[in-house]
Design a binder for this molecule. Structure first.
Ligand SMILES: C[S@@+](CC[C@H](N)C(=O)[O-])C[C@H]1O[C@@H](n2cnc3c(N)ncnc32)[C@H](O)[C@@H]1O
Length: 245
């Protein structure tokens, strides 16, 4: 398996707390729960595949072709189409209209601030069916921590062919309008020896649901009541902003 795909699965694949919410929205917002739903930042398809397995047709959009190739393979026989595109400026064709556009797992906070979000919102609005909705999850404020003073959280792991892949959060560093999540990715052989390790950093824009609602209203959306995804022992909770086109 390609390493990008593997690390994506290790770091995102175990999250399931949000799935009931996306299922409910697909049911209530699309025709008899059949879709179509646009899943923005779909990655290897954690949410797309879950919805498609329930009969919802999905277009899975991501900037990373390798992740979408893995999704394509996993979606064999399911009503999923993939689109390699930048969420900040996409055009999927004149007939591509969705009654629901979802942005799970903080992808909206990966778009590089207000300009990137505005680009996404404009593109999303152009792809919404009449009265369609955009629903985007925003992580609750990430507390800064570091391994020296706070200890290390448990890593996300998977084992493949006797090799163990572990991704351990090392620190969340406050960078003002962003939070930088530092991780150590380690590969261990069957005897427990570390055969490679690398440092990875992901930066999440700090933005509240109220700020996104205000930005969206300036572009012609109507913000509805936000929804909640509860925190777990491992994952922070999220607020899901719902924007009507
Ligand atoms: C946190 S992962 C979420 C993956 C998947 N939605 C899930 O919930 O498991 C964020 C995803 O957004 C994608 N992404 C980040 N920036 C993007 C952009 N500008 N356009 C499209 N996709 C983007 C990444 O490639 C990655 O797959």
């Amino acid at each position: 398996m390609i390493l990008d795909v593997l690390w994506h699965d290790v770091e995102c694949g175990g999250y399931a707390e949000d799935l009931p919410l996306w299922r409910r929205l697909a049911e209530s917002e699309t025709d008899g729960g059949r879709g179509p739903v646009l899943d923005v930042g779909a990655g290897t398809g954690r949410v797309s595949l879950d919805l498609a397995a329930r009969g919802v047709s999905v277009v899975a959009l991501d900037a990373e072709a390798t992740l979408l190739s893995a999704l394509d393979e996993r979606a064999a026989g399911l009503p999923v189409r993939t689109a390699v595109a930048d969420a900040r400026a996409f055009a999927l064709g004149d007939d591509a209209r969705f009654s629901l556009i979802i942005v799970p797992m903080q992808t909206l906070q990966l778009l590089g601030g207000p300009e990137g979000r505005a680009g996404f919102l404009r593109s999303a609005r152009a792809h919404l069916a009449p009265r369609g909705a955009v629903a985007a999850a925003l992580a609750d404020a990430l507390e800064s921590f570091d391994s020296e003073s706070d200890g290390l959280p448990e890593p996300d792991t998977c084992e493949l062919d006797g090799v163990r892949y572990a991704s351990r959060p090392l620190a969340v560093v406050d960078e003002g309008d962003r939070a930088a999540i530092h991780r150590l990715r380690q590969v261990e052989d069957a005897g427990g020896a570390v055969t490679s390790e690398a440092h990875d950093v992901i930066r999440l824009d700090r933005v509240s649901a109220a700020e996104v609602a205000e930005e969206a209203e300036a572009l012609g959306f109507t913000a509805e009541s936000a929804l909640r995804i509860p925190a777990t022992d491992v994952y922070v909770g999220s607020t899901v902003v719902v924007l009507r086109g």
